[in-house]
Design a protein around this ligand. Structure first.
Ligand code: FES
Length: 104
């Protein structure tokens, strides 16, 4: 397990998706108010960046901009077709005001 610093809460705009590169991974970071969610930045339907999609802050989902699949931000599970497989989800915590993601 590797812990990586990804900045502070105010680096991210609430309700927007942001691509972050950490080590050899490309992640999508989504802030909704004081909560932060992190998934792999790769739709499980085809290889497409979820960071280009729309965030639904009310349902806590992100929509792939390519074909419209929805994923739950809390665990990466698909909630609509055409995606049927989850996207990897990573735990994030706050340490001294810094956001840290745990990568396996
Ligand atoms: S590539 Fe994301 S829904 Fe098809």
């Amino acid at each position: 397990m590797t812990i990586c610093d990804i900045g502070v809460l105010d680096d991210y705009v609430s309700g927007a998706a942001c691509q972050v590169k950490v080590l050899d991974r490309v992640l999508v970071v989504v802030r909704i108010e004081d909560d932060v969610y992190i998934l792999d930045d790769r739709c499980s339907h085809e290889d497409f960046s979820l960071a280009e999609g729309e965030v639904n802050a009310e349902t806590c989902e992100i929509e792939c901009a390519r074909h419209g699949a929805m994923f739950r931000l809390s665990d990466g599970a698909p909630t609509s077709f055409p995606a049927t497989r989850p996207v990897a989800h990573y735990e994030v915590r706050t340490n001294d005001g810094r956001l840290e993601v745990s990568l396996p």
